[in-house]
Design a protein around this ligand. Structure first.
Ligand code: FAD
Ligand code: UDP
Length: 370
């Protein structure tokens, strides 16, 4: 009999397995239907010996020192500042849009003040900013929205930005200075030996037993456990009783080229006619020296593993109904991007898992004092 069954060995499940064993001394069976731990952050060496991210580029960034301190128990870090270019009208330009983007796109020589004016003349008045289209057209106007956001978003999400909540494109700011960093968080680094090594250290405990290629649906009635933490899709947990929650998927095309470099930065976005959204070249992220280079092309899709909750009002409403079912199950803890239907970054999932651990401690304490 395990004290805990934890479904999913991504950030949510692995952090909780680590906390429960190291802080409470209880036993955990950690399962995942994939062949590895790490969830979507999993990285591995490909056939050429290049460290790649199997599920697309993962860059760690946060403003929360407590999360850095927590993860630093399991990894050292490599300095890395993420920069992204976007291929628009035959040019490679910085994204988020900044002064150099606009000057490069239109062959101008604007100052920051002039760029403020440039945007002010183009932005559209939107009474209430609700959608991912509203956010962008009310900041930089329709032409730039069409070139940089509309096509990318339609590819990535399979719907027009006018059908998505504002939170999606609001992730990407607009700048009038020359700052070309993708993220501005105070802490922005990569795990020195990769994510998988970090996860292996996190779950390396005599009280954690790991079973891979094991689907919860197949073992749920066979393995005895006292309590359950679930980090898979919440609608699947409830057998899709209220209907399917949409999760966007991706197909990854991993290739290795017989040359040292391919593109000037780790990620180049393709918001126009290409079928893929972005190309990642991993050596920029890892600093690996190698005569060859490995890339990943991302092709968004409705079918395949669930990667992204799709932020729009009707999906949030359906999630709320599943959440109400989850609340009626105090024996199960739902955590992570899929189980709480949140478009969370890695640090947010770690934060959510640590907060959940705090609630677990309180619940156990209340039980023993009752
Ligand atoms: P997951 O990593 O999805 O782990 C859930 C695990 O549960 C999976 O391994 C799954 O196989 C398993 N599982 C599900 N159902 C079952 C079942 N029934 N039985 C057994 N196992 C099950 N975040 C950043 O901070 N920076 C980035 O640069 C970044 N880039 C990203 C790029 C892409 C392409 C994607 C898709 C995400 C990116 N993220 C990034 C987000 C990041 O991947 C997530 O925040 C984080 O990995 C979520 O962790 P999790 O544990 O909630 O979920
Ligand atoms: N986006 C876009 N053009 C870009 C970059 C982003 O339209 O060049 C939009 C798109 O809808 C994307 C969202 O902004 O899904 C958030 O971008 P982010 O880079 O945060 O996406 P993620 O890395 O989570 O896939």
């Amino acid at each position: 009999m395990f004290d805990w069954l934890i479904v999913g060995a991504g950030f949510a499940g692995s952090v909780l397995a680590e906390r429960i064993t190291s802080q409470l001394g209880q036993s955990v069976l950690l399962i995942d239907r994939r062949r590895h731990v790490g969830g979507n952050a999993y990285d591995c060496y490909d056939d050429a010996g290049i460290l790649i991210h199997r599920y697309g580029p993962h860059i760690f960034h946060t403003n929360a020192q407590s999360i850095v301190d927590y993860l630093s128990q399991f990894t050292r870090w490599r300095d890395y500042e993420h920069r992204v270019l976007t291929a628009v009208d035959g040019k490679l330009l910085p994204i988020p849009i900044n002064l150099d983007t606009i000057n490069g796109l239109y062959d101008l020589n604007l100052t920051s003040e002039e760029l403020e004016q440039f945007f002010a003349l183009r932005r559209e008045k939107v009474d209430e900013v609700k959608t991912s289209e509203d956010v962008v057209v009310s900041t930089i106007g329709r032409e730039l929205y069409e070139k940089f956001f509309r096509g990318y978003t339609r590819k990535q999400w399979g719907v027009d930005p006018s059908q998505l909540s504002k939170s999606v494109t609001a992730r990407v700011p607009t700048r009038t200075n020359r700052d070309d960093r993708y993220f501005t968080d105070g802490f922005q680094k990569m795990p020195l030996h990769g994510y998988t090594r970090m996860f292996e250290r996190m779950v390396d405990h005599s009280n954690i037993k790991i079973m891979l290629q094991t689907d919860f649906r197949e073992i749920r009635n066979q393995i005895p456990y006292r309590r359950l933490i679930y980090t898979g899709p919440i609608d699947e947990f409830f057998d899709w009783k209220l209907g399917r929650l949409p999760y966007r998927s991706l197909h990854f095309k991993h290739v290795t080229l017989d040359k040292e470099n391919f593109q000037p930065v780790a990620v180049v976005n393709y918001p126009q006619s290409e079928l893929y959204t972005r190309i990642t070249e991993y050596k920029h992220l890892t600093g690996q020296i190698h005569p060859k280079t490995s890339l990943t092309y991302e092709f968004p899709s409705d079918v395949g593993d669930p990667y992204y909750p799709v932020p729009r009002a009707e999906n949030e409403a359906l999630y709320k109904r599943y959440e109400a079912m989850a609340m009626a199950r105090p024996d199960v803890w739902f955590v992570g991007r899929l189980a709480t239907y949140r478009y969370y970054n890695m640090d947010q999932v770690v934060g959510q898992a640590l907060a959940t651990f705090g609630r677990i401690q309180k619940a156990l304490h209340a039980e023993t004092t009752a």
